[in-house]
Design a binder for this molecule. Structure first.
Ligand code: ATP
Ligand code: MG
Length: 394
């Protein structure tokens, strides 16, 4: 009976299998991340011969699947029937799996088999043919279709026998924590959450900075950014969101700078504040949602201006993506619905009618210095609000 309670998920490792001598470090990071995400559920993580397994009871199944659906480092996963390595048990499990498929309305199938344990009496050919025959006999409503099967019944003979049908795709990428930390400039828009997600997929842990302009932007705008941070953080190991009050800096820019330059100058101030914050948080780079020429401040000349006062690298994972692809990514990670809520972010309120399109970096630098923004930036940094988004349930 005890065995009935145990569910085993089989995980397939992604890109980290290409890491040669560094592979163990990547595997340890994946294991650590899984353990942190599954803490308190009673789930157990088992590694054997380069495979990862999660074992837990039915009570933790939903949480386990939510975690496996989000974690970086696995290329696929499946909820399996784990049975003893006997011919009878394996064939019975294949029939049971096929019956579940038939109950879901599936009418065609094929069998795939792998035998790592060569001492098992049936080789992969015999597993396919005997398994297929057993299924057809028990479930006459099903047919074999090797080209376009409704279900693929998979069997793997390892230290135990694993049988599964609904294999799921993982998010691939590398385990978060293997690429250090970065500071995401997170606005309430569509782009920056996607940029954060993409860097997490390369193994980077995130802090996030949001520049708020209360009362010009309502508190709802901050709440919206907080929700975005939670969603993006759920793919990593949580996020700390730093909210900086940028109203004084924006007012100074609006009062003293030539109007066409205001957006570029505001971006320069954000970059400078973000760099100071990144150094405090041990982040090695800044991350933005910029995409080349998407708006006036994102021409290559204006990007040169905005990064001209800082030395940390600025990573822009969306730089070559078009809006449609960014939106598709935002939908798939679950940030789109929040991003399109109507609350404006601070930049929209201050956008000039005729912005500079190809700013000269020397001119931008001189204008920027004349504004004497540093004390305002220091104050915004010192008085920042910090919200810690731990991993939400699941
Ligand atoms: P997004 O959809 O991410 O808001 P956008 O297309 O609106 O981007 P911009 O407003 O030009 O583009 O902003 C470019 C990038 O600068 C953003 O992707 C984000 O990384 C950063 N950024 C802009 N506004 C803010 C803000 N208020 N707080 C933090 N970061 C910001
Ligand atoms: Mg924006």
């Amino acid at each position: 009976m005890e065995q009935e309670k145990n569910i085993t998920w089989l995980l397939k490792l992604g890109e980290l299998t290409l890491k040669g001598g560094n592979r163990p470090a990547f595997e340890r990071a994946l294991r650590r991340n899984l353990a942190a995400r599954l803490r308190g559920t009673g789930a157990e993580i088992v590694t054997s011969n380069g495979r990862f397994y999660v074992r837990s009871g039915p009570g933790a199944a939903e949480r386990t699947e939510a975690v496996l659906g989000r974690i970086f480092g696995i290329s696929g996963w499946a909820r399996t029937r784990a049975v003893e390595k006997s011919r009878e048990a394996v064939l019975a499990a294949m029939v049971a799996e096929a019956r579940d498929c038939a109950d879901r309305g599936i009418t065609t199938f094929k069998v795939e088999a792998r035998r790592t344990d060569k001492s098992f009496p049936l080789d992969s050919y015999a597993l396919r043919s005997e398994g297929g025959a057993a299924i057809l006999e028990a479930l006459p409503g099903l047919r074999v279709d090797v080209h376009r099967p409704g279900a693929v019944i998979e069997v793997e003979i390892r230290e135990r026998a694993y049988v599964y049908a609904a294999g799921r795709k993982g998010r691939r990428g590398l385990p978060v924590g293997t690429a250090g930390r970065g500071l995401l400039l997170l606005s309430g828009g569509i782009d920056s959450p996607v940029a954060g997600y993409l860097m997490e997929s390369r193994g980077m842990g995130l802090d996030a900075a949001y520049f708020h302009a209360w009362p010009y932007t309502p508190d709802e705008a901050r709440q919206k950014v907080l929700r975005l941070a939670e969603t993006v953080g759920a793919y990593g190991m949580g996020i700390r969101l730093h909210t900086l009050d940028f109203t004084p800096a924006q007012m100074r820019i609006k009062e003293r700078a030539p109007e066409p330059w205001t957006t570029v100058l505001l971006r320069m101030a954000m970059m400078e504040a973000a760099e100071l914050l990144a150094r405090r948080q041990r982040c090695k780079c800044l991350i933005t949602g910029e995409s080349l020429s998407q708006v006036a401040s994102q021409t290559v000349e204006n990007i040169t201006c905005t990064q001209s006062r800082i030395t940390l690298p600025v990573l822009r994972p969306l730089i070559g993506m078009d809006k449609e692809s960014i939106i598709a990514a935002a939908v798939s990670i679950g940030t789109y619905e929040t991003s399109i809520l109507p609350y404006q972010d601070c930049c929209a309120l201050f956008s000039p009618a005729n912005p500079v399109l190809r700013g000269n970096a020397a001119e931008a630098g001189a204008l920027y210095e004349s504004l004497e923004l540093r004390p305002l930036i220091a104050e915004a940094l010192a008085n920042r609000r910090i919200d810690k988004c731990a991993y939400p349930p699941g």
